[in-house]
Design a protein around this ligand. Structure first.
Ligand code: AOF
Ligand code: ZN
Length: 352
């Protein structure tokens, strides 16, 4: 078979691994999304994906799903991330592959986690497995963009989100404007709750809490609430605001020593200076949170943009015309921008 044909076959099965891995989105933190298939005579005989930290890895599920285990020694295992070589919450997947005498292993990307980082591939090769690395690498890096950013850049993956009118305003000038302003709609709000469930943290600035008193949870979607990160330099946000209700974890970033703390509401004290966004990101990294969605307001969003600390911007654009108001943040070219027309959103939402 030609080299080109082999590559195409590998890509076909690796893309199935990626598809399987996505089932875990939002549930595997701090672990990555991983999918695996086992192929015998160009037929998938086993599949699996990593569901939750502490539970078996993708390869374990895939191997266990094979009905006739005697076929494993003539099969190829595909996995979107390098099989692990360490004892973490679960034993090394490498050893399982070796124990089952699976002769060929096709890997999407190397695992950046310092306890693995190439040693899984090495162990497999040392034990006689034929290992191919880097199939659909770009797609596999994209799949685990949060995990890779966290381990390689030592910071969370940063998503910016806002909704703007057709003429580029995110809100009217005055909050007491009587006319209802619909920049978002029920579908975009549901989609936002899905997005929140996919990230580990959500951040808003002080003014957003004071103006909107948001809950920052996922009540319109099934999934885990992200940790709420709230900026409150001067301690203006009292216990009457939802972010302090203790219903989900909140971290208040402040300069104030005496802040009401409870089991679920904690303070992180920093000095607010021109290093602000880097300091916030450092706090989030230290908390072990791999991703953050920043939902406003204007000043907070613009600070991250200007400090070139962002990876993705998701912007809803509605048909509404506001004529005047608070202008939308001005993006630079650091990250990837996706514009979504709010009025074209319907049910069956899926942002991928
Ligand atoms: C894989 N397949 O499906 C996953 C891997 O604490 P543990 O034992 O669950 O190990 C977590 C680490 O294992 C994680 O940081 C990553 O490096 C790797 N995850 N590896 O081969 C999987 N989830
Ligand atoms: Zn593993």
């Amino acid at each position: 078979m030609s080299y080109f044909c082999v590559v195409k076959i590998h890509e076909k099965y690796l893309s199935r691994c990626i598809q399987l891995a996505k089932n875990g989105l939002g549930s595997t933190y701090p672990n990555p999304l991983v999918g695996s298939v086992i192929v015998h005579n160009d037929k998938i005989i086993g599949e699996g994906w990593h569901r939750k930290a502490g539970e078996p890895h993708a390869e374990v599920h895939a191997i266990n799903s094979v009905k006739d285990q005697s076929l494993l020694k003539e099969s190829t295992i595909y996995v979107s991330l390098e099989p692990c070589s360490h004892f973490g919450k679960t034993p090394p997947c490498c050893d399982l592959i070796i124990a089952h005498k699976i002769p060929k292993v096709v890997v999407g990307t190397i695992d950046p986690f310092s306890k693995v980082a190439g040693s899984g591939i090495q162990r497999l090769r040392d034990n006689g497995c034929e290992v191919t690395v880097g199939v659909l690498e770009k797609e596999c890096l994209e799949l685990n963009k949060r995990f890779f950013t966290f381990h390689n850049k030592k910071r969370p993956y940063i998503i910016l989100k806002w909704a703007e009118s057709r003429d580029g305003f995110i809100a009217p000038l005055s909050k007491d404007t009587k006319a209802p302003i619909w920049i978002s709609n029920e579908y975009s709000r549901q989609l936002v709750h899905q997005w929140r469930a996919e990230e580990q943290a959500i951040l808003v600035g002080t003014q957003t809490v004071l103006d909107d008193n948001p809950k920052l949870d996922v009540r319109d979607w099934t999934g885990k609430n992200p940790t709420r990160i709230v900026l409150d330099r001067q301690g203006k946000i009292d216990s009457n605001y939802f972010v302090n209700d203790g219903k989900t974890k909140t971290v208040v970033i402040t300069e104030q020593e005496k802040l009401i703390e409870s089991e679920n509401v904690r303070a992180e004290i920093i000095t607010f200076d021109n290093q602000l966004s880097q300091k916030i990101v450092d706090v989030v990294y230290r908390l072990g949170l791999q991703s953050i969605i920043i939902e406003g307001g204007k000043q907070t969003l613009q600070t991250f943009i200007d400090d070139r600390l962002w990876d993705e911007a998701r912007v809803f654009v509605s048909d509404t015309i506001l004529e005047k108001g608070i202008t939308a943040p001005q993006l630079n070219r650091i990250g990837k921008t996706t514009k979504i027309k709010t009025d074209q959103l319907t049910i069956n939402l899926n942002h991928d």
